[in-house]
Design a protein around this ligand. Structure first.
Ligand SMILES: *Cc1c(COP(=O)(O)O)cnc(C)c1O
Length: 374
């Protein structure tokens, strides 16, 4: 996918597309609704086109993207199912949604009027999903104003009213009152549509945590993101039985060297050897998406053991401390995210070390890390 993939690197993101398809099948079996598979952000780092094609083959109804570029790459790869451009956008993007038949959100009168005008000029239809703001405070029309906006859709001959949807802000939290408040708001929007005698084909509200936890919020399509990749959104989450992570970020040791006592390592000399120590290099740096963090935060697996990354992470490489009793040779496989032997570094472990969420960890494995499909 990326232009770098043809070159050998001693770090790569290993992706099991079979497991991806299994995950989708399991979700479909449980939810019994249509499934929109979210492949934005390079399929959460797992490779947009491969995952998009695999999801289509597994019976996804639609794919969710965040940019026109993502949609265009999928179309070039001959993905046939509808694509939904989620998230807010500038009006200057609308023309390409319409030209390329990409479904998109609308929530203001101005957007609908523009969509209608542009579609007319292009001799096309604009496929819109009405986004309702049930509490997120981001894109969306308030439930109270749905009627006003839908009147405009009704009057717009070049606009297909394809869907109505909203997004949860706290579906992953223990406290569930706010989820039910959002469902109530969504229901209010739906009954307005009902009163107007309009039912768009796609009614969708649930993201990953919601589709796992709130059966009543599945409507006729769910939008499954993070869990499709077998990743949790939070510790102690139970995925449906059989779902598993499908990506392992790996590298190889490219250097093993013994440093004398009291020898500095890396920029700013934040690490000094206490005694004679073996230091390994892996070709993974912050430009690959591996954050620079203080000593002790970053760990990787080497020959089944969790070892410390020491010194500052450089742009293209970092150093690890090889324990005295661990056999390690140049070429040995290192796991940055995933399992090795009986140990497992979860994306959530890395997220904790970096002070972020795990989505940010895999979505930011950079383009120059080859994706290898097994
Ligand atoms: C990203 C996104 C999702 C997927 O969220 P997950 O938590 O990864 O399932 C669903 N809906 C919208 C609108 C999104 O932007």
């Amino acid at each position: 996918m990326s232009e770098y993939d043809q070159y050998i690197r001693n770090t790569w993101f290993e992706i099991d597309l079979n497991q991806f398809q299994k995950n989708i099948q399991i979700i479909k079996d449980h939810v019994k609704t249509r499934v929109l598979v979210v492949v934005k952000a390079n399929a959460y780092g797992h490779g947009l086109v491969k995952c998009g094609l695999a999801a289509e083959e597994s019976g996804a109804t639609m794919l969710g993207v965040a940019t026109v570029g993502e949609a265009s790459l999928l179309r070039k790869a001959d993905v046939k199912i509808p694509l939904l451009r989620m998230t807010a956008y500038g009006e200057n993007e609308m023309e390409s949604f319409i030209k390329d038949d990409i479904h998109f959100f609308v929530w203001t009168v101005e957007q609908i009027e523009s969509a209608n005008r542009i579609a007319e000029v292009k001799g096309k239809k604009a496929n819109v999903h009405l986004k309702v703001d049930t509490g997120m405070g981001r894109a969306g029309v308030f439930a109270e104003n749905v009627k006003l906006v839908v009147e405009i859709i009704k009057k717009s001959g070049n606009v297909n009213f394809e869907g109505v949807c909203s997004h949860f802000h706290t579906a992953d939290m223990i406290e569930t009152d706010s989820v039910f408040r959002q469902i109530d708001k969504f229901e209010q929007a739906l009954s307005t549509l009902d009163d107007m005698g309009i039912t768009p084909p796609y009614i969708h509200l649930s993201n990953s945590p919601a589709l796992l936890r709130f059966k009543e919020a599945r409507y006729n399509m769910v939008r499954t993101g993070v869990i499709t990749y077998g990743q949790y959104y939070e510790r102690n989450t139970e995925l449906f039985d059989g779902m598993k992570a499908m990506g392992t970020w790996k590298a190889r040791l490219v250097s093993v060297k013994t440093l004398p006592p009291n020898h500095g390592v890396s920029y700013s000399l934040k690490y000094r050897t206490e005694k004679e120590e073996r230091i390994g290099i892996i070709p993974v740096g912050y430009a690959d998406g591996f954050h620079r963090r203080p000593l002790g935060a970053n760990k990787v697996l080497l020959n089944g053991r969790r070892v410390n990354v020491i010194g500052s992470v450089c742009m293209d490489q970092c150093m690890i401390k090889i324990p005295d009793d661990l056999d390690a040779q140049i070429g040995d496989e290192v796991v940055i995210m995933g399992g090795q032997g009986s140990d497992y570094i979860d994306s959530l472990d890395i997220a904790d070390a970096w002070g972020t969420n795990n989505y940010e960890v895999f979505a930011n494995i950079s383009d120059r890390v080859p994706r290898v499909y097994i």
